[in-house]
Design a protein around this ligand. Sequence first.
Ligand SMILES: C[S@@+](CC[C@H](N)C(=O)[O-])C[C@H]1O[C@@H](n2cnc3c(N)ncnc32)[C@H](O)[C@@H]1O
Length: 272
Amino acid sequence: MSPPSGAFDGSGTPPSQGSGAMFDGIAERYDLLNRLMSLGLDRRWRRRLVRAVLADPVPPALVLDLATGTADVALALLRADRALRVVGLDPSARMLAQGARKGAARAALAAGRLRLMRGDALRLPYGAATFGACCVAFGIRNVPDRLAALCELRRVTAPGGLVAVLELGEPRQGLLAPLARWHVQRVVPALGAWLSGAPEYRYLQRSMAAFPAPAAFLGLLEQAGLRDAHCTRMGLGSVHLFTGRVPRDAAGDTTNDAPLSEAEGCARGKSP
Ligand SMILES: C[S@@+](CC[C@H](N)C(=O)[O-])C[C@H]1O[C@@H](n2cnc3c(N)ncnc32)[C@H](O)[C@@H]1O
């Protein structure tokens, strides 16, 4: 089977799993595949994320949508709050281009309410406390060092602001978990490979299986210095919405020139 266009860099080396280069290869089919493989539920899950981000009595004025892909979350945020501005960041130029082609995105880009930028979760090109809230949907699974990414999100979020993470994982508990596991392990990769011709969809199932259990991921939020870590289970346990809050006394945390690693924790990013 020939590789999807744009998925390889010409060196003969396949792009690393979950990377922006891998998503470049499936960008044109990404939205449709999402709808089909989630049985249309992905939009409902994103709306839950949007509600959480905008739930505060004083909602944020500027939000970062990390790993924005084709900008579905960014656009849902803008629809939900007409006063909001959103920055969507992603390493995949082709995913961003797909997002920018959407009618709502064109209008929001022209109005200066939406900005789409290339970039990496591990080195966010923003100063400390730039955003009122930050979110990432189905993206943190792809980042090699999740704790470092959470530390970056904490750094760029203002004190008191929310960091919200929506992510897929292998359903582990509940009466219907075996059914959901069968969907994830058998139906999703088969449907993805059949509809897209792209082997990338086997990666989806593997990365879901490798994602930490909810309790372990909540631990990572806390290690990143986020407070009130909370998790909501959805989709028979195949999706979780994690939230945590930047402490109100976190002002002055300005470290951004040295990315942190899981081994180091956020020690260097913490206020003295
Ligand atoms: C499954 S898509 C999710 C897109 C979108 N958030 C959504 O809700 O559909 C995962 C995205 O993560 C991006 N990604 C991969 N590695 C990344 C990294 N190191 N930093 C930021 N984003 C990354 C990919 O380019 C891709 O667009």
